[in-house]
Write a protein that binds this ligand. Structure first.
Ligand code: SF4
Length: 278
C-alpha cells in the first residue's frame, strides 16, 4: 500500500520529523493497515502537520487535544487503528491534562510525540522539555526551569507501553511503532526528533552520542528497571522501556458496561433501547 499523500510537505529541510513520517509510513506498511482503517489525529505545531502526510483518515485537530479526539474515535470505531501524533509543546504543555487522563483510561491507541525540545512553529520559544540552561528565543539568559520528563511521568501514571525512538534511526523507530500499535492499550512512543532550525543540526549528533539502545539485559516488564532507565540524566534510552499486558482498555470497559446495561433492562421498543445509550 502507498501511505504517501500529495499534500506538499512544508517542514524545513533536515527536520527530524521527516524520519518520523518515514517510520510511520513504513510501520503502516509492515502492519498492512488498510488506509481506510487507519486514523491519524494530531494537535497543532510543526509535527502535527503529519496527519496530512499519511494516506489515512487524517485530522489535524486543536492544540493539545489530539488525545481525547483519538480516544473518542477509537471508542466509537474500535475496529480502526488510531494513532495520535504531535510535539512536546502540544502534548506536554497545553495537552498535559489529556496526557494524564488518557493514560488513566488506557484506550487502545498509540501516541507518537515528536519531542524536539522547542516550539518550532512559533519560532523557537522554550518548551516543557527544553533542557535546563538552554538559550531560546524566550529564555535569552538560559532556561531557568527543569524540563519535564515524559517517560517518567507516563510510567508513574500507569502507562501500559512506553518507548523512546530517534528520528535519525528510522528502522528502529518503525519497529517501535509496530510494537506500540500491536500493544493492546495506550502506547507512548516519545521520539527525539531534532528541530534543526531552532536547535541546530548538531542536535542529531548529541542524540547519537548520548543514545543508548536497550538490549536484552533490559526487561521491559520490570517496573523498577524501567523506572531506573527513565531517571538517566546523561544518557538517552532508546527502545521499549516498559510494557505490561492485560490491563483493561477504555473500549473493553465501555463494552462491558454496555452489556451489563442490556442485561439489567428489558426493552419494550428499539426507541427505549436507544435512549439508554444517549
Ligand atoms: Fe522542523 Fe523546526 Fe522547521 Fe518546525 S521549525 S519544520 S520543527 S526544523
Amino acid at each position: 500500500k502507498d501511505y504517501k499523500t500529495s499534500v506538499p510537505i512544508v517542514w524545513c529541510p533536515g527536520c527530524g520529523d521527516f524520519g518520523v513520517l518515514n517510520a510511520m509510513q513504513q510501520a503502516a506498511a509492515e502492519l498492512q493497515l488498510p488506509p481506510e482503517n487507519l486514523m491519524v489525529v494530531s494537535g497543532i505545531g510543526c509535527s502535527s502537520r503529519i496527519a496530512g502526510y499519511i494516506n489515512s483518515y487524517g485530522f489535524n485537530s486543536i492544540h493539545g487535544r489530539a488525545l481525547p479526539i483519538a480516544a473518542g474515535a477509537k471508542l466509537a470505531r474500535p475496529e480502526l487503528t488510531v494513532w495520535a501524533a504531535g510535539g512536546d509543546g502540544d502534548g506536554y504543555s497545553i495537552g498535559t491534562n489529556h496526557f494524564v487522563h488518557t493514560i488513566r483510561r488506557n484506550p487502545d491507541i498509540t501516541y507518537i510525540v515528536m519531542d524536539n525540545h522547542i516550539y518550532g512553529l512559533t519560532k523557537g520559544q522554550v518548551s516543557p522539555t527544553t533542557p535546563h540552561g538552554d538559550v531560546t528565543k524566550s529564555t535569552p539568559q538560559g532556561n531557568p526551569e527543569r524540563p519535564l520528563n515524559p517517560l517518567a511521568l507516563a510510567l508513574e501514571l500507569g502507562a501500559t507501553f512506553i518507548a523512546q525512538g530517534f528520528s535519525g534511526n528510522v528502522k528502529h523507530l518503525r519497529d517501535l511503532i509496530v510494537q506500540a500499535t500491536r500493544h493492546k492499550g495506550f502506547a507512548l512512543v516519545n521520539v527525539k526528533s531534532p528541530c534543526v532550525t531552532f536547535r541546530g543540526r548538531q542536535e542529531f549528533n548529541v542524540i547519537r552520542e548520548h543514545g543508548v539502545y536497550l538490549d536484552e539485559s533490559h526487561d521491559p516488564s520490570d517496573w523498577n528497571q524501567a523506572h531506573e532507565v527513565t531517571q538517566w540524566t546523561d544518557k538517552v534510552p532508546l527502545g521499549v522501556i516498559y510494557k505490561v499486558e492485560g490491563v483493561p482498555t477504555l473500549e473493553g470497559v465501555a463494552e462491558e458496561a454496555r452489556k451489563k446495561a442490556l442485561e439489567r433492562r428489558s426493552f419494550e421498543s428499539t426507541t427505549e433501547l436507544i435512549e439508554v445509550f444517549r
